[in-house]
Design a binder for this molecule. Structure first.
Ligand code: FAD
Length: 283
């Protein structure tokens, strides 16, 4: 089971299951490379609605048992009920996985508003005690340095975050951000609110111009001028863009290190070469 300490500047990674079943070997090859840097853990995302829940468990098992790195399996409240949660957690334990990231999830495209509204566990904080009651798990949860998009204001968001942490969260992982000043302000604010679990800073290297239109926009994270200028300058040249994206992430992580943060969680986008290059530059 994981143990994350504060002020240790750890390094962890996130991967996602491939959409097509036959691409599973590709993610295994990626993991075979990433494991060489011995990250503290590798987390695997979960499709809210359960579309790829089996793949999440299978990939997490590969990380835990073949790569011998601690795996965190993401779980969402959306699409979850008592029986599914029991069987999912049982399967994770059977596969040797003791760590989960408990999330609410967003409404999948094919889910009706009614089904989304009537979900059994409304928020991540309702899912967490249910996970605890079913076994001994390390439980991580999400947080948003730039405020969750559905929250009406920062105070409310942090108040709900405190409620969530108080249900038994072992560590927080942030949404991606591209301006460290935003993160430092968030850290000050949550400290004042009495939240003192380790917080891992979510860093996404933007290595293609397309990423800005997909993951970055979806996350609601703001894009500083420096980053948009970088994309304008290098966006049409794949190699230069990749190099610049790596350099930007490295600069962010170096600064987090200098400021004695708890750790960095790299959104790898399943790219082993980018992950390795960043790790080698910063650790
Ligand atoms: P919650 O903590 O439940 O909060 C959701 C919203 O409800 C917030 O606005 C909060 O302020 C508000 N709220 C909380 N309590 C109350 C209350 N009592 N009354 C009113 N409002 C309240 N999505 C996936 O589908 N799969 C993944 O694998 C996945 N991984 C992620 C990993 C990380 C690190 C992050 C940051 C996000 C991830 N997401 C994933 C996205 C996530 O599911 C969405 O951002 C979702 O909208 C919120 O999930 P949450 O667990 O943070 O929600």
């Amino acid at each position: 089971m994981l143990k994350i300490e504060k002020n240790k500047m750890g390094f962890s990674c996130e991967v996602f299951p491939p959409k097509r079943n036959d691409d599973i070997y590709e993610i295994y090859r990626t993991l075979d490379e990433i494991k060489l840097i011995k990250p503290d853990f590798i987390s695997v995302t979960y499709g809210a609605g359960g579309s790829n829940s089996k793949k999440t468990a299978t990939i997490a098992a590969y990380i835990q048992n073949i790569c011998e790195v601690e795996a965190i399996a993401h779980i969402t409240a959306v699409g979850m009920d008592d029986n599914l949660l029991t069987s999912l957690l049982f399967e994770l334990k059977k596969k040797g996985i003791d760590n989960v990231l408990a999330l609410r999830g967003d409404k999948p495209k094919l889910m009706s508003d009614e089904e989304f509204e009537n979900r059994k566990y409304k928020y991540a904080k309702n899912l967490i005690p249910e996970i605890r009651s079913r076994g001994d798990f390390f439980i991580a949860a999400a947080c948003y340095p730039e405020v969750h998009p559905e929250s009406s204001n920062r105070e409310e968001d942090i108040r709900y975050l405190k409620d969530k942490v108080d249900t038994g969260v072992d560590c927080l992982v942030t949404q991606m951000f591209f301006d460290n000043k935003v993160f430092y302000k968030f850290m000050d604010d949550i400290k004042k609110a009495g939240i003192d679990v380790p917080v891992l800073a979510g860093i996404m290297p933007v290595t293609t111009a397309k990423q800005l239109g997909t993951s970055v926009t979806l996350s609601g994270s703001s894009v500083p001028n420096e980053l948009s200028q970088m994309i304008a300058k290098y966006g049409n040249n794949a190699e230069d863009m990749k190099k610049a994206g790596i350099e930007y992430a490295v600069a962010q992580i170096d600064d987090l290190k200098k400021n004695g943060m708890d750790g960095v969680h790299l959104y790898t986008m399943n790219k082993a070469d980018v992950t390795m290059a960043i790790y080698e530059a910063v650790m």
